[in-house]
Design a protein. Structure first.
Length: 147
C-alpha cells in the first residue's frame, strides 16, 4: 500500500516543475517582446549647451581642454583681493565682557566685534575702520582700528 506522504511529495514536485517552466516561458516572452536594442539605445550624449540628447556631438565642434584648466571644487582666488574695509562708529562696547557692536556709516547694519578682533583700544562713539568676516551667527567685525 502506497503512503500518502509519497503522493504529496510527487504533487509538490510537479507543482515546482510547473512553476519553473512557467517562469522560463515568461522570460522568453519578455526577451521576444522587448524593444531593447542593446547598448546603442541606452547611450545618451550631452550637447554644448548641457542638454541631454540621443545624437552624438558634431566632431567639428570639438574643443581640446588641458587638464590644468579643469577646476574641481572652489576656484582659486585671484591675487588681487577686493578690500572689504568699512567705516563705522562703536555703538556699544563692554570692556569687562570684551565685546560690542559697530554701527556702519551710511547703513543700518550692526556688526558684532570681539576684543580679539581689535587692533586699537576703543570706547563707545569712537570712529573706526574695520573688515568683516562670516561668524557663527552672522557677520563679525575684525581687524578693527581707530580711524
Amino acid at each position: 500500500m502506497a503512503s500518502s506522504g509519497s503522493f504529496n511529495k510527487r504533487e509538490k514536485e510537479k507543482k515546482r516543475q510547473q512553476k519553473q517552466e512557467e517562469k522560463a516561458r515568461r522570460k522568453e516572452e519578455r526577451k521576444a517582446n522587448s524593444s531593447g536594442g542593446g547598448l546603442d539605445n541606452m547611450i545618451a550624449y550631452v550637447d554644448e549647451f548641457g542638454r541631454i540628447t540621443d545624437t552624438p556631438p558634431d566632431p567639428t565642434k570639438r574643443k581640446e581642454i588641458s587638464l590644468e584648466e579643469i577646476e574641481i571644487g572652489v576656484p582659486a582666488r585671484e591675487h588681487e583681493e577686493m578690500s572689504n574695509e568699512r567705516t563705522g562708529r562703536i555703538d556699544f562696547f563692554d570692556t569687562v565682557k570684551g565685546f560690542g557692536f559697530i554701527q556702519e556709516d551710511g547703513g543700518k547694519e550692526r556688526f558684532f566685534v570681539h576684543v580679539s578682533g581689535l587692533l586699537d583700544d576703543v570706547q563707545a562713539n569712537d570712529k573706526v575702520v574695520f573688515e568683516t568676516e562670516r561668524g557663527p551667527r552672522g557677520m563679525n567685525a575684525v581687524r578693527v582700528r581707530k580711524a
